[in-house]
Structures are given as structure tokens and as C-alpha cells.
Write a protein that binds this ligand. Structure first.
Ligand code: PAF
Length: 289
């Protein structure tokens, strides 16, 4: 089977022409927004669009406005040729890779801020982050006007923020959340995992393990959530994680901390290992039979 190289478009005008042509042909369009450094998690999102019979558009844009001043914008992996090859190999159709100037031309002054959902979890630790995300995703959705857009559940707070934003702004794209893809030891795939040293990568496998055990204990009602979360924190700290930004059990929709499982809930963790900030979350539910 020969692999067809997907076109790489860099201006909104070129993108709109291509999308308009597809629409005239009656195509359905699926968007996979990314910052590049594509891994199996991203490729799973692309496959979901292809399985739905959509033309798959991947956006590759390392969005400066979602990084804080002391974060890793400069170091964030940029490997476009490799990304395009991976995207082509799974059968993706189009790469939307705007320049910073195309995305934020001189005089740009509009921002999208989603309140409530951004008050907790990563919100206080990454001021401005979700405003940067909501603004760039709103732009990506309005540029591509896809039928569906696919996001990994690993960034669960981001997924909820994007859902709220698309609903509130009447953007007619269905937002699809896709379960996290994990390594064999349970570590969630992330473009930032490449920052981990060999020792850190080994230690990182404790994170999904502690999370699974904490979720199981919460489900079994072994102790009040506060106690379970404290013990999870202590185990992570003892293994070299720190600072630990949060270990929390929150309502799966509103993302507010809960103390029982009256409604669907998830366990959320954000912790640093060396210079890498890892985040993860899992549902608190009985395993499928
Ligand atoms: O999840 C990401 O890679 C980014 O936050 C996104 C959604 C592409 C916006 O820049």
C-alpha cells in the first residue's frame, strides 16, 4: 500500500479553500487539534476520525499563549517532518500548521475565557493556560469548521473546558473525548514524557499504580476520600514526586471536589517528577466484567 503525503497548509485562506472544496464534494471533516510531537494517543484520535468516514485534519501548532512565562514553550518538542510521516502512515488527509503570525496577526486582541471549570485542578497552577487553550481551540474550530473534533481524556479538564466553550459559543462541532492511551506499565502517553530521564521514567510507573489503587479503595468505601488522597500523596512524595500540585476526586462533569460517588467521579493527579509535570486522571468506576 502506498502512503500519500498529506498537504501541509499554513494560511487560513488556503485552508478555507481546501475545506470549501471538500464540503462541495459532500465530505465530512474530523479535526484533531495537537501541538505536534505526535504519539500513539494522537494517532488513536486520527483513527477515530477515519473510522467515522471523515477527512482527517490534524492541526500542529505549539500555541504560545497557553504556556506560562516559566513553562516549556521553548523546549516543547517540534518535529514536523516526523509528525507528518506518522499522520500519513495512518491515512490522515490534511495538516494545518499555521505560523504564529497566521494564528495571531498583529493587533490580535480577542480572548476566550471559560469560568467555573477552570477554577480548580490545573487552573490555579497554570494561570492563563485555559484561556490560551480555549482561544486557540475556538479559532481552530472556526478555521476548519469540522463536523467533529477529537480530544484525549488525558487532558480531561481541557476536554471539559472545550466542550463548554463550543456549546456556549454555538460552534456546531461535536466534541469527542477519547480514552487515554497508556504504556504497558500504565503511564499515560504524553509528548512531555520525553523529558523524563531513565530513572524518572521508571519511577513514573508508580503514578498509574497509585491512582488505580486509590480509585479502587474509593470505590470500595475503605476510608473517607480525604484519607485516601493523603495516603496517595504520601506514596508519591516518598517515590520522589514533588511538588505535587493536586491529588483530588472530582465530579466528572463539573470538576468540583466530591466526598462520595453519588455522581460519576474521577481521580485527578498533577505532580512533578524532576522537571517534568505529569498529569493524569481515571474514572472511579467498577471495572467492566
Ligand atoms: O492538548 C493539546 O495539545 C493542546 O492544548 C491543544 C488542544 C492542541 C490546544 O493548543
Amino acid at each position: 500500500m502506498s502512503i500519500v503525503a498529506p498537504p501541509i497548509l499554513r494560511t487560513v485562506a488556503d485552508l478555507r479553500d481546501r475545506i470549501a472544496q471538500w464540503r462541495r464534494e459532500g465530505a465530512r471533516i474530523g479535526l484533531i487539534p495537537t501541538m505536534g510531537a505526535l504519539h500513539e494517543g494522537h494517532l488513536t484520535l486520527v483513527r477515530r476520525a477515519l473510522e467515522a468516514g471523515e477527512c482527517a485534519v490534524v492541526s500542529i501548532f505549539v500555541n504560545p499563549t497557553q504556556f506560562g512565562p516559566n513553562e516549556d514553550f521553548g523546549a516543547y518538542p517540534r518535529r514536523e517532518a516526523d509528525d507528518v510521516a506518522k499522520f500519513a502512515a495512518v491515512g490522515g488527509h490534511l495538516v494545518w500548521a499555521p505560523t504564529v503570525d497566521a494564528m495571531y496577526p498583529g493587533g490580535f486582541a480577542t480572548h476566550v475565557a471559560v469560568s467555573g471549570l477552570t477554577d480548580g485542578l490545573c487552573g490555579p497552577f497554570r494561570p492563563g493556560h485555559f484561556q490560551g487553550v480555549a482561544t486557540v481551540v475556538a479559532k481552530l474550530l472556526l478555521q476548519v469548521l469540522p463536523d467533529r473534533a477529537y480530544f484525549g481524556q488525558k487532558d480531561y479538564q481541557q476536554l471539559q473546558v472545550v466542550r463548554r466553550m463550543a456549546c456556549d459559543l454555538d460552534i456546531p462541532t461535536r466534541i469527542v473525548g477519547v480514552p487515554t492511551v497508556r504504556e504497558a506499565d500504565g503511564l499515560a502517553l504524553s509528548s512531555r514524557n520525553i523529558y523524563l530521564s531513565t530513572d524518572e521514567r521508571q519511577a513514573a510507573s508508580l503514578l498509574p499504580q497509585v491512582m488505580q489503587e486509590t480509585a479502587a479503595a474509593a470505590l470500595a468505601g475503605h476510608a473517607p476520600f480525604a484519607e485516601l488522597l493523603e495516603s496517595a500523596r504520601a506514596r508519591l512524595a516518598a517515590a520522589g514526586f514533588g511538588p505535587i500540585d493536586y491529588v483530588a476526586i472530582c465530579d466528572a462533569e463539573r470538576l468540583e471536589p466530591v466526598e462520595d460517588l453519588a455522581r460519576p467521579a474521577r481521580l485527578f493527579v498533577a505532580a512533578r517528577l524532576g522537571k517534568t509535570r505529569l498529569i493524569d486522571n481515571i474514572p472511579i468506576e467498577a471495572p467492566a466484567p
